[in-house]
Ligand binder design. Structure first.
Ligand code: ZN
Ligand code: ZN
Length: 364
């Protein structure tokens, strides 16, 4: 439950590393995965042949994989291009187990992470402009290719982040999606030290957003529904808490001078729509929580106050690497509940219930 302090893992890392490598040495020939066999199906534990990395790929021995709300896209077949069976999982922490032909930057034994961005083509317009995350042929771990609900997975070499020694694999998992998304959205938002930044939603994304925001030097305001999250929000680094169930959050933000940025994480377009008037002139509603409903925004205050609404995807492997390093440096950690791979159905149901505090992680 508690957020571990920076440096507390220092002593353990050598022992941990040894344990990770020892299990790596046992010759495995099979790969146990939790796959979705058909659209809407349950997770099935299946023993597959050990996959071999192709050109430009590496094989990762998975130590932990976060269970993300976006895994519903795979399980429920929400993208038309998903084929089944498919192994979900895009919050993968592990160690390089084997490298394929042409891979020069990774070697066996490297601690690595893999996130949503699973690879890019290098030749589309976005890639030629260096904006790999909007690649029009983007690969997605656990969606277009098998992900981390497995003992082993194959990843593209350009989509792998280096994971610091001191980070526990299970704690690192969620940083590869929920972490990078909040970290990267905020660091690209234009907010600077001392700026008022509101984080709407004290959940899987929000509890990381508050921590990162506080470490970036923002004056962070947590916005949650009900009074019960106030203590936690402040413990995570929020200077102030607004209970949106009992007050008008936008008005409360205006009393504080208006927000430079509102990071909207709770998947409710309606709740986000109501927050726009809490922005100061030039402020930005930065949305990362996905909702099926459209966002409604009054145009006059948007135009007159030069306010903006922006979305943000996660980021590339380098962004993940920055996220992991920053988390190691500053003590930002995901709060997690662990389940063994064999209990993938239970873990997924727990995540979907919205009651987990706050990220569910499978351990192998
Ligand atoms: Zn995710
Ligand atoms: Zn591309």
């Amino acid at each position: 439950m508690a957020v571990p302090k920076h440096g507390s893992k220092e002593v353990d890392s050598k022992t941990k590393r040894k344990a990770e490598e020892t299990s790596e040495e046992t010759m495995m020939t099979k790969n146990l995965v939790a796959q979705v066999g058909r659209k809407g199906g349950e997770f099935e534990l299946v023993e597959r042949e050990m996959p071999a990395p192709g050109a430009g790929e590496i094989r990762i021995k998975v130590l932990a994989c976060g269970v993300c709300h976006s895994d519903a896209a795979t399980k429920e077949g929400m993208f038309p291009f998903i084929t089944f069976p498919r192994v979900p999982g895009h919050e993968v922490a592990g160690i390089v187990d084997e490298v394929g032909p042409g891979v020069t930057q990774w070697k066996k034994g490297d601690r690595v992470g893999a996130g949503w961005h699973g690879g890019h083509c290098f030749v589309c317009e976005s890639c030629r402009r260096g904006d790999f995350v909007t690649c029009s042929n983007e690969q997605i771990n656990g969606v277009t290719r098998d992900g981390g609900y497995a003992q082993y997975m194959i990843a593209r070499h350009e989509a792998v982040a280096r994971m610091p020694e001191a980070l526990d694999a299970a704690e690192a998992g969620p940083l590869l999606c929920a972490g990078i998304t909040t970290f990267n959205a905020l660091r690209n938002s234009g907010a600077g030290p001392g700026d008022l930044v509101a984080v709407q939603g004290i959940g899987g994304l929000g509890h990381l957003g508050i921590q990162f925001g506080a470490k970036f030097g923002y004056r962070v305001v947590g916005i949650g529904r009900g009074p019960e999250n106030e203590v936690l929000a402040k413990k995570l680094g929020a200077a102030k808490y607004i209970d949106s169930a009992n007050t008008d959050a936008a008005q409360e933000l205006q009393k504080l001078g208006g927000a430079r940025v509102i990071l909207a994480t709770a998947p409710s377009a309606k709740a986000m729509s109501g927050l726009v008037s809490g922005l100061k002139p030039g402020g930005e509603l930065l949305t990362i929580g996905v909702s099926g409903e459209p966002l409604e925004v009054s145009l006059a205050p948007l135009i007159m106050g030069k306010r903006r609404v922006q979305g943000w995807p996660s980021g590339t492997a380098m962004d993940s690497e920055d996220t992991l390093r920053f988390a190691e440096m500053t003590g930002v950690r995901a709060m997690i509940e662990k389940y063994p791979l064999a209990k993938a159905n239970e873990a997924y149901a727990r995540m979907m219930s919205g009651k987990a505090e706050f990220r569910v992680v499978l351990t192998m």
